[in-house]
Design a protein. Sequence first.
Length: 84
Amino acid sequence: GGFNSVFYVQSNATIESVDRFIIMNRWGGMVFEQTDFLTNDTDYGWGGLVNGNRASEGVYVWMVEYRTIDGRVEQIAGDVLLKW
């Protein structure tokens, strides 16, 4: 992998919009949330901050609930490594 300053939802044309994008710490506490936005927009991404401060390095879990162009609502999840 490479270095990215913002972690954001990317997609192709089959996804119409994102209903919810959350990032949680290892204890399940939500550290980031965005709702109701379009994909491929870094303005709706996470830059590694929690309450304006740099989050601790480590693995965070993400979940995206999205709407497809044919009206289905689906979810995907994974993890991301935060390093400064």
